[in-house]
Ligand binder design. Sequence first.
Ligand code: 4NP
Length: 155
Amino acid sequence: MIKVLFVCLGNICRSPMAEFVLKQMVAEKGLADNFEIDSAATESYNEMCRAGIHHGTRQMLKSMHVPFEEHYSRRIRPHDYAYFDYILAMDDSNIEDIQSLVGLDTEHKIYRLLDFTDHPRNIKDPWYTRNFDETYWDIVEGCQAFLEYLNNKSE
Ligand code: 4NP
């Protein structure tokens, strides 16, 4: 079982999108039972009102026929670092925030999702850019590259 936690600032736009994109990819490969996939925030402001998935992310997932369930934002906890095998962040500031919440990455579990690609970069926050389309394609690129990385690692 490979346990993956996607992390972004608010856990309502990027990380839930990545959670459901990767769930769909592994399901299509018949590998769903080999993975546990979840998502979390570095900030807690949305936890107070149990914010659901942003409508821009919902619309994008619906238009690309990516199945998703209800998801409520939650903040990453120190326990998550011990539990998950991969903590996949969207940008550099997520990485700094994760480390301040869970401690140093002594087990080398924390990555930026697009660091698995040939063009390592941040995934911009659509909360600010409003460009959920760009976010979706960045996430697809990152998840495909992450699965290739796992595949190469197991060979
Ligand atoms: P996310 O986007 O980190 O991709 O979920 C944001 C969601 C909410 C806020 C900021 C970014 N916010 O300020 O509430």
